[in-house]
Design a protein around this ligand. Structure first.
Ligand code: PLP
Length: 405
């Protein structure tokens, strides 16, 4: 069933405006998505009427925000089907979530000559924290490659995992290639060899229902701002069995049990990993975004986004000299491409003049650029509020710009 686009677009007031004199076409959803009115209103209400720091006082405001913050944790628990709310940790984003795991898991479990496996299609956020940890701990990174079609070479994984492999970190959906990785298969393969798995769900959580218990992943991370929520808020799901054994990441208020100058003891999870004042209004806003998604049929939104992808791929392939990077059979609404003879930055700037917002650059995925031997790409990424008409506008704009060069 096609979603009620008129109603949905009304929920996202930012979409209804002109940019550079043209109706906005927002195709940069993989970088950050827009927020529905419901999320904006909830954040405003808490800023206007009910602001008080959480967990710290007994007054009316503090009680209301604490309740809403812990309610948000429960909403996220249900969204992920996590076993218990304590396995849901609020962070500032997917990047911080991965840094937390790389740091704390590294401290607890990684020794010299151990190995961490990542893939060639990871966002820098799922490469650099592991590299930093490996440098500290004397361990090494191994990289599972992908083929030119953007599909991971899974047949190599079994042999890559050795007795020294301590963790595998893989993206659910590639932010540059759009590939939807078979994470259930990857997790079960890794688990057969007793290797825990972190899934970077930054690009997947906005589009799929996630079930961490069925997937049996050890860690799952995502950001609020890519799934119709606020910036500065993210989630780390982790199995209790790991989180209990991992030392804290940041020190400060709330993460402690008792502080003395001789010795400090630490709080239980999730608070052990939530040092300082969290972005509680962000967490409440994120929960509202999840409730917004839950009020729709997420699977049918995802099917609609897939239709947009197919339509856009079909159109773009008709443009001579246009190369799409990543054509996995299982692909999300992301198309990265270049047009021969046009610098991606020129293309991005000129599209902007026509009111069309796309991402240009290295897409925080240098190894993907290196794989294809290019410096930059242009990326269009879709959300359920985009339309077929916008794809037509985009296609016509590309034809027009190509003719100019
Ligand atoms: N992982 C993936 C796959 C991403 O696409 C991104 C952001 O683009 C991140 C991680 C980092 O997310 P954030 O910048 O919200 O921390």
């Amino acid at each position: 069933m096609t979603p009620d686009l008129i109603k949905i677009r009304k929920d996202f007031p930012i979409l209804d405006q002109n940019v550079n004199g043209k109706p906005l076409v927002y195709f940069d959803n993989a970088a950050t998505s827009q927020r529905p009115q419901q999320v904006i209103d909830r954040i405003n209400d808490f800023s206007l009427l009910i602001n008080g720091n959480i967990h710290r006082a007994t007054h009316f405001f503090a009680n209301r925000t604490t309740e809403a913050f812990e309610g948000a944790r429960e909403t996220i628990r249900r969204f992920l089907n996590a076993g218990e709310p304590s396995e849901v940790i609020f962070t500032h984003g997917a990047t911080e979530s991965i840094n937390l795991v790389a740091h704390s898991f590294g401290e607890a479990f990684i020794n010299p000559d151990d190995e961490v496996i990542v893939t060639e299609m990871e966002h820098h956020a799922n490469i650099v924290p592991w590299q930093m940890m490996c440098e500290r701990r004397g361990a090494k990174i191994k990289v599972l490659p992908f083929g030119d079609d953007g599909v991971l070479q899974l047949e190599l994984l079994d042999n890559m995992i050795t007795s020294r492999t301590k963790i595998l970190a893989v993206t659910h959906i590639s932010n540059s290639l759009g590939t939807v990785n078979p994470i259930a298969e990857i997790i079960s393969l890794a688990h057969r060899k007793n290797v825990p798995v972190l899934i970077d769900g930054a690009q997947a959580a906005p589009h799929f229902s996630i079930d961490v218990q069925t997937l049996d992943c050890d860690f799952y991370v995502f950001s609020g701002h890519k799934m119709y929520g606020p910036t500065g808020i993210g989630v780390l799901y982790g199995k209790r069995k790991w989180l209990d054994l991992m030392p804290p990441f940041l020190g400060g208020g709330e993460m402690i049990d008792r502080v003395t100058f001789v010795k400090t003891t630490y709080n239980e999870i999730p608070y052990k990993f939530e040092a300082g004042t969290p972005h509680y209004i962000g967490a409440i806003g994120l929960a509202t975004a999840v409730e917004y998604l839950n009020n729709h049929d997420i699977a049918s939104l995802n099917r609609y986004e897939h239709d947009l992808l197919e339509e856009a791929s079909f159109k773009l392939k008709q443009i001579e000299g246009l190369r799409i990077y990543g054509e996995a059979p299982d692909k999300a609404g992301v198309i990265s491409f270049n047009i021969e003879g046009i610098h991606p930055f020129d293309l991005g700037t000129l599209l902007d003049q026509l009111g069309i917002a796309v991402r240009t650059g290295r897409l925080c995925a240098d190894p993907v650029m290196d794989h294809f031997g290019v410096e930059n790409m242009v990326r269009a990424s879709f959300a359920f509020y985009n339309t077929v008409q916008e794809i037509e506008t985009f296609y016509m704009a590309l034809i027009r710009l190509k003719a100019m060069f």
